[in-house]
Ligand binder design. Structure first.
Ligand code: PTJ
Length: 245
């Protein structure tokens, strides 16, 4: 469906259609549509733009991926539908491995998401052979491949809280993208990006390009200066002021 240029919320509607198309192709879970609606609500209150806080977190996230030994990007249905090319490019710029990991896991969705990433230019896609199990986590999403298993830093866009906690218990640094600053994921992650994944991934690519080649000390300083708790509190205040407006 073509949305007229004059529509005041064209960008948001186009993202929504990206998701419904992803659902029709079998990439997105039914619950993924509901999760997106929840995200849209927070995004609306944030003015549907990247806040200063989100930009700071995006820069820190790029620094964390670039300083990692074994960075990994976990891809679910919503991420594959909304930012397949962005996920592949971010992996390329930061030297991260891509792994498909699904909450509502089926062989069919797994294969389709793997194919969508390959179509977007990915080399190897992990997650199709599940060799390991994340300790202390129930269900299919506990099954992981070498990329997440061996990672020291994992980017988990639109994640559930349980898995973030379990990955943290394994000693990994977790970067989350979540428009809801109150979610368990947002609170448990080391770096939480309160921004729409469609803006967060391209912003991270931009930061990673600028930071690539900087020495480890400079990257470490960016990470040292970043305070996730304060950043989250500021995002929460922004949402509250969005409500007052
Ligand atoms: O593809 P699967 O099977 O792995 O399933 C994916 C979903 C998203 C269904 C699954 O991970 C899930 O149920 O997630 P939750 O627990 O509903 O959490 C999703 C979080 O992402 C919520 O806090 C939303 O506010 C947030 N969110 C939704 N859309 C976006 C978003 N954050 C950033 N960008 C978005 N576009």
């Amino acid at each position: 469906m073509r949305i007229p240029n004059s529509h005041p919320r064209k960008a948001s509607l186009e993202v929504r259609h990206g998701l419904t198309e992803g659902y029709k192709k079998g990439l997105v879970a039914e619950a993924g549509l509901i999760a997106h609606g929840r995200g849209e609500c927070f995004d609306y209150l944030l003015g549907e733009k990247t806040s200063l806080q989100a930009a700071t977190a995006e820069k820190a996230a790029a620094a964390a991926l670039l300083s990692a030994e074994n960075p990994a990007i976990s891809v679910n249905g919503n991420t594959a539908a909304l930012v397949p090319g962005g996920s592949v490019n971010l992996a390329r710029v930061t030297g991260s491995k891509l792994e498909v990991n699904l909450f509502y896991r089926t062989k069919k969705r797994e294969g389709l998401i793997g194919k969508a990433l390959k179509k977007a230019g990915a080399g190897k896609v992990y997650g199709l052979s599940k060799k390991h199990r994340i300790p202390g986590l129930g269900g299919e999403r506990a099954n992981v491949d070498d990329a997440i298993w061996k990672a020291d830093v994992v980017l988990v866009p639109l994640e559930d809280g349980d898995r973030t906690e379990a990955l943290k218990r394994m000693g990994k640094t977790v970067i989350a993208v979540d428009l809801n600053p109150l979610s368990r994921t947002a609170r448990k992650a080391d770096i939480t990006i309160v921004d729409n994944v469609v803006r967060a991934i391209p912003n991270m690519i931009k930061h990673a390009r600028q930071l690539k080649g900087k020495d480890k000390k400079q990257l470490a300083q960016i990470l040292k200066n970043f305070d996730n708790k304060k950043n989250l509190e500021a995002s929460e205040r922004l949402i509250r002021s969005g409500l007052k407006r």
